[in-house]
Design a protein around this ligand. Structure first.
Ligand code: SF4
Length: 933
C-alpha cells in the first residue's frame, strides 16, 4: 500500500524491475523512472490527447504495440520499451511527423536542443529543409518580443494549446483549418498579444520542436551549467534554472522539480532577467566630491559630482559620517531602509547593524508600504501575522475562494494561474471583490465591484447575512475564539440595503456571495494590497480574520487567511526584524526579555544598553523626520523611495534635506540623485542566501553569475561597514553573536537560527538537501509548519475585533472629482528599476498608462492613447489614456513603474493607518486635464 492508499504493483521494463501504483499510467511510470521513449504529444502535467502515437511499447502476452499513454499498469506486467520492431515503428511515426516539418537550422552533429531533435538523431532521421519542400510559413511569424514563432517546425502535438489553457488558464492557441492544412494559430488568426497572450511562455516550455522558442536564446545555445534558484520578483517564490555561459546569465528555463511552480513561470520570471547584465549596473563605489573634499554640500538640489573610489575609502567615509551624526545628535538621527529584494541573511544583518552598531530601532522596509496592516491585524487576531496556508493547498483543496483586493493573475501570476485552474478544472467557486474588473473577475461566479475604501462595510455585510441565516460555525466559534458576542452585535446595522448604499454593490449580489462563502467549505480568503493600503488597513484585515473565524475556516487545508506578500522576500525581511518594532522572529522591542536577549547576544564593550524600549520610526515617519531635520542621515539598501513612497514630491524634499545618504543598490535608481555615497551591491543571481516566500517557505538562491566590476554581496558590504564603525567607535564585540565574522551566508543563517525561534531548525544544508521548510521550524528535526493555527491559534484563542466602516481620508469632491486607485501591472515590478531595464518587458509595456472608464473619457473628450495630465492636491502626472471597462465611472487607475512626471506617486496621499502606518495608496482624489501645459 502506498501512502495515498493505492496498492503498489510490480512490473518490468526491458527486464528492469519497477514498483508503481496500481492504475498509474505506464507513460508516467516510464518518465518517473527516467526511461525515455518518444512521446511527443504527452508531457507530464498536461492532459493526454493520445494523438501522436509515438510512445509505443510492447506488452508481454499481447499482440502488437500500444501507446504507453493509454496503458494503466498492472501487477506482473512485462513491458518492452525497446525492440527491433518498436525501432521500426518509432521511425515510421517520426517520419510521418516530418511530412510538413522543415528546419533549416538543424545540425545533425550538434547536441540536440529540442526533444524532437533528440529523437530525430536517435533514429538517424534528417529533417527536411527549405531545399526539400517549400516552407509553408514565414519564419518568425509573430512580433512577440519574447517568443519566436516558426510554424514550419510545428508537428501539431498541441502541447502549446494545452499548456496555455490548462496551466495558464488562457486560451491563446488553437487549431485552424482542416486535414493537411491544419495549423496552430493564436486567437482568431491574430498576433499572440492581440489574442490576449500574457507572455508566460508556458507554450514555449512545453513545445518539443522549437516551433515556439525563446527569442533571446539562440537555437544552438548550450549552457555551461544550469543553476536552480528562486525568483527575485514576487512573493510566489518560483524556482527555475539560470542558464549560464562564461559566467553570464543567458536565459531562464523552467525546471520540472521546482517545488512551487513546476514548469510554470510568469513573463517576468521567464523573460525578465536580462537586467542582470545591463550596462547601467553600478560597478564601483562612488562618493560625492563635496564629501571627499570635506566641504559643505550645495543646498540647491544637485548634490554635485560623483567620484569613483575604492571600497576602503567609501566605507571609511560612511563610518566617519555616520559616527559624527551619532555623536552630535544621537543614534536616532539615522534612518535605515532595509530591502525585501535582499536575502534573509542580509536583512538580518541590516537590523543588527541598526540596533547593535548604530543603536536605533529606526529600521524599516517596504513591508510598511504593502502588508504592515496584515502583519498587525493578523498578529492581533491570531498571534501570527503571516499567511496561514500554502498556495498548493488553497488552489488544490479550497472549494470556495474569496479573492478581495488582490489582482492575483497580474501580481502573483503563477498563483493566479493556479486559481484559474482550481475554477476550471476542479469547479471551485470563486467570488472576486475588487473595484476594478480585474482579469480574475472573468473566472468568478460573482464579481462584487465595490467602491474603493468600502471593504469593511462589504465584509461586514457578508457576515451579517451569514449570521442572519445561521450559517456561522458555532462549534468553532465556541471552542476556539473569544469576544464573539460584541462582534456579532456590531454587525446588526450592516444590512444588505445599508451595505449596498455604501459599497455600490447590488444587495442581491451581497446575499449570493454570503451564501457561497457561508456554505461552501473549505473556503480560503486571499488578499493583497487592495485590502492593506488604506488608512483602515488593519481594520480591513480584522474583518477578514473575523470572516474566517465566523465560518470555521481557520486551521484547515484549503481554508485560512492568505495575504499574498508582494516582493520576493518581503515575508523574510519581516521575519528577520527589519521593522521598527520587532527583533527577528517578531520578538517585540517593547518586551524586556527580548531586549535582554539581544543585548546579551550582540553585547559591546563600553555600552550597557544597545537600544531602548521604544519602537523606532517607520519609513513614512523617517521621511517626515528628514523634512523636520530630526533624521539627518539614511542608509538605504535596495529601496527606491523616490518611486515607491506616497506623495513623492514630499519624499524628494525630505531626501534633499537629509545631510548624508548612503544608497546600496545595483542600479543608479531615481533615489541615487539624493545620495552622497553609492555602494554597488549584486543581483539575486550573484549571491547565495535564502528568500522566504508568501507562504513562509524558505528557499535558497545561488551565486551563478560573475558580478560586474567591484560590486560585492550586500551582506559582505554591511559586514565590512559594521566592523569599521565598531572599530572607529572603539566598541569591542563581547556577546556571543556580537562579532561581524561570517564566512558565508550559511554562517549568518546559523546566527539567525540561534536567535529566532521560528527559524530555529532552518539551515542551508537542510534546504540544499531538498527539504521544504515552512516556518515555524522549531528545531533541526522539526519538518516545518505548512498550515498555521491547526487545533489552536498561535495566541491561544482567536480574537474577534469590531471593525466599523470609515471613509477614506480623501474622497472626490467638486475640485478633484475622480477617485484614483493605484497598483502594479503584469510586466513591471515596483519602481521597475529591473523591469524597465529588461528588453522584453520594456517592449511589452513601454510607457505608463492610466485606465479611464468609457463614460469619463466621453465626458472629458479623451481618446484612447491620448496624453493626459492627472492632478491631485500634491502633484501631477502625465500618462497615456487607456480607455477601459476595467474601471467603473468615477475611478481611474495608475501605476508607479515609470519615473518623474509619469509616476502615479506624484499624486498619492501620505495619510497612514494609525496602527500599521501604511499609506493610503488605494484612494485619493484627482482630476484629469487634457490640455498639457
Ligand atoms: Fe517570479 Fe512571481 Fe512570476 Fe513566479 S509568479 S516567476 S515568483 S514573478
Amino acid at each position: 500500500m502506498n501512502n495515498d492508499n493505492r496498492q503498489t504493483v510490480q512490473l518490468t521494463v526491458d527486464g528492469r524491475a519497477i514498483t508503481a501504483n496500481e492504475g498509474e499510467l505506464l507513460i508516467d511510470v516510464l518518465y518517473r523512472e527516467g526511461i525515455r521513449i518518444p512521446s511527443l504529444c504527452y508531457s507530464p502535467g498536461l492532459s493526454r490527447p493520445g494523438s501522436c502515437r509515438s510512445c509505443l511499447v510492447e506488452i508481454e502476452g499481447t499482440k502488437g504495440s500500444k501507446p504507453a499513454c493509454e496503458i494503466s499498469v498492472e501487477n506482473n506486467m512485462q513491458i518492452r520499451a525497446e525492440s527491433p520492431s518498436l525501432e521500426r515503428e518509432h521511425k515510421i511515426i517520426l517520419s510521418l511527423l516530418l511530412e510538413h516539418y522543415a528546419d533549416d537550422n538543424h545540425d545533425p552533429e550538434m547536441i540536440d536542443h529540442t526533444e524532437f531533435g533528440y529523437w530525430l538523431r536517435r533514429y538517424d532521421l534528417q529533417p527536411p529543409t527549405s531545399k526539400h519542400h517549400k516552407l509553408l510559413y514565414s519564419d518568425d511569424s509573430d512580433p512577440h518580443p519574447a517568443i519566436r514563432v516558426n510554424l514550419n517546425k510545428c508537428i501539431l502535438c498541441t502541447r502549446c494549446i494545452r499548456a496555455c489553457s490548462e496551466i495558464q488558464g488562457r486560451f491563446v492557441w488553437g487549431l485552424a483549418d482542416r486535414s493537411d492544412k491544419t495549423r496552430i494559430t493564436a486567437g482568431n488568426d491574430e498576433t499572440m498579444l492581440d489574442a490576449r497572450c500574457e507572455s508566460c511562455g508556458a507554450c514555449v516550455a512545453y513545445c518539443p520542436t522549437g516551433a515556439l522558442s525563446d527569442r533571446n536564446a539562440a537555437p544552438d545555445f548550450q549552457a555551461d551549467e544550469k543553476v536552480m534558484t528562486t525568483c527575485s520578483y514576487c512573493g510566489v517564490g518560483c524556482n527555475f534554472d539560470l542558464n549560464i555561459k562564461n559566467g553570464r546569465l543567458r536565459h531562464v528555463t523552467a525546471n520540472p522539480h521546482a517545488p512551487v511552480n513546476g514548469m510554470h513561470l510568469c513573463v517576468k520570471g521567464r523573460y525578465g532577467f536580462d537586467f542582470v547584465h545591463h550596462p547601467d549596473r553600478l560597478t564601483r563605489p562612488m562618493v560625492r566630491e563635496w564629501v571627499l573634499q570635506g566641504t559643505q554640500r550645495s543646498q540647491c538640489g544637485d548634490r554635485g559630482k560623483w567620484v569613483s573610489v575604492s571600497w576602503d575609502r567609501a566605507l571609511d567615509v560612511v563610518a566617519r559620517r555616520f559616527s559624527a551624526i551619532i555623536d552630535e545628535s544621537g543614534p536616532d538621527a539615522l534612518g535605515i531602509f532595509s530591502s525585501a529584494k535582499c536575502t534573509n541573511e542580509e536583512n538580518y544583518l541590516m537590523q543588527k547593524f541598526a540596533r547593535q552598531v548604530i543603536g536605533t530601532h529606526n529600521i524599516d522596509h517596504c513591508a510598511r508600504l504593502c502588508h504592515s496592516s496584515t502583519v498587525a491585524g493578523l498578529a492581533a487576531a491570531f498571534g501570527s501575522g503571516a499567511m496561514s496556508n500554502t498556495m498548493a493547498d488553497v488552489a488544490g483543496q479550497a472549494w470556495a475562494l474569496f479573492v478581495i483586493g488582490s489582482n492575483t493573475t497580474e501580481q502573483h501570476p503563477v498563483f493566479g494561474s493556479m486559481l484559474r485552474q482550481a475554477v476550471h478544472q476542479r469547479g471551485a467557486r470563486l467570488v472576486v471583490a475588487d473595484p476594478r474588473r480585474i482579469d480574475l473577475a472573468e473566472f468568478a461566479e460573482l464579481h462584487l465591484q465595490h467602491k474603493p475604501g468600502t471593504d469593511i462595510a462589504l465584509v461586514n455585510g457578508l457576515m451579517h447575512i451569514i449570521i442572519e441565516n445561521g450559517l456561522q460555525d458555532e462549534a468553532f466559534i465556541n471552542a476556539r475564539t473569544q469576544d464573539y458576542d460584541a462582534f456579532r452585535d456590531s454587525l446588526k446595522k450592516y444590512t444588505p440595503h445599508h451595505v449596498s448604499s455604501i459599497t455600490g454593490v447590488p444587495a442581491g449580489d451581497i446575499v449570493k456571495a454570503a451564501e457561497i462563502l457561508g456554505t461552501v467549505k473549505p473556503m480560503a480568503v486571499i488578499w493583497s494590497m487592495g485590502i492593506t493600503q488604506h488608512t483602515v488597513g488593519v481594520q480591513n484585515v480584522f474583518s477578514l480574520a473575523n470572516l474566517q473565524m465566523l465560518t470555521g475556516n481557520m486551521g484547515i487545508p484549503g481554508g485560512g487567511v492568505n495575504p499574498l506578500r508582494g516582493q520576493n522576500n518581503v515575508q523574510g525581511a519581516c521575519d528577520m526584524g527589519a521593522l521598527a518594532n520587532v527583533f527577528p522572529g517578531y520578538q517585540s522591542v517593547t518586551d524586556e526579555n527580548a531586549r535582554k536577549k539581544f543585548n546579551r547576544a550582540w553585547a559591546l564593550s563600553n555600552r550597557n544598553e544597545l537600544f531602548g524600549p521604544k519602537p523606532g520610526l517607520t519609513i513614512t515617519e523617517m521621511v517626515d523626520g528628514a523634512l523636520e531635520g530630526s533624521i539627518r542621515g539614511f542608509y538605504i539598501l535596495g529601496e527606491n523611495p523616490i518611486m515607491s513612497d506616497p506623495d513623492v514630491n514630499n519624499v524628494r524634499k525630505a531626501l534633499a534635506n537629509a545631510e548624508f545618504t548612503v544608497l546600496q543598490e545595483i542600479f543608479p535608481s531615481e533615489t541615487a540623485d539624493y545620495a552622497d555615497v553609492l555602494l554597488p551591491g549584486v543581483s539575486f543571481a550573484e549571491k547565495d542566501g535564502t528568500f522566504t516566500n508568501t507562504e513562509r517557505r524558505i528557499q535558497l538562491i545561488h551565486n551563478a553569475v560573475i558580478s560586474p566590476g567591484k560590486a560585492r554581496e550586500d551582506w559582505a558590504i554591511t559586514t565590512d561597514l559594521a566592523r569599521r564603525m565598531l572599530k572607529f567607535r572603539n566598541l569591542e564585540p563581547t556577546g556571543e553573536y556580537a562579532k561581524w565574522v561570517y564566512s558565508s551566508s550559511a554562517a549568518i543563517m546559523e546566527e539567525i537560527t540561534a536567535l529566532t525561534p521560528s527559524y530555529a531548525g532552518v539551515s542551508h544544508e537542510r534546504l540544499q538537501n531538498g527539504e521544504q521548510l515552512y516556518w515555524p521550524v522549531k528545531n533541526k528535526q522539526h519538518r516545518g509548519t505548512p498550515i498555521l493555527h491547526m487545533g489552536k491559534f498561535t495566541r491561544g484563542k482567536g480574537l474577534f475585533h469590531i471593525a466599523e466602516h470609515l471613509p477614506a481620508k480623501e474622497l472626490p469632491d467638486a475640485d478633484f472629482p475622480l477617485c484614483l486607485t493605484t497598483g502594479r501591472v503584469l510586466y513591471h515590478w515596483h519602481g521597475a528599476e529591473m523591469t524597465r531595464r529588461s528588453i522584453p518587458l520594456a517592449a511589452l509595456y513601454p510607457e505608463t498608462l492610466v485606465e479611464i472608464s468609457r463614460e469619463d473619457a466621453a465626458r472629458l473628450n479623451i481618446e484612447n492613447g491620448q496624453t493626459v495630465r492627472l492632478v491631485s492636491r500634491r502633484g501631477e502626472m502625465i500618462a497615456t489614456a487607456d480607455i477601459s471597462d476595467r474601471v467603473p465611472t468615477g475611478l481611474v487607475f495608475g501605476n508607479f513603474h515609470f519615473p518623474d512626471e509619469a509616476n502615479v506617486n506624484n499624486l498619492t496621499i501620505n495619510a497612514v493607518d494609525p496602527i500599521a502606518k501604511i499609506p493610503e495608496y488605494k484612494v485619493c482624489a484627482v482630476k484629469i486635464e487634457t490640455r498639457l501645459r
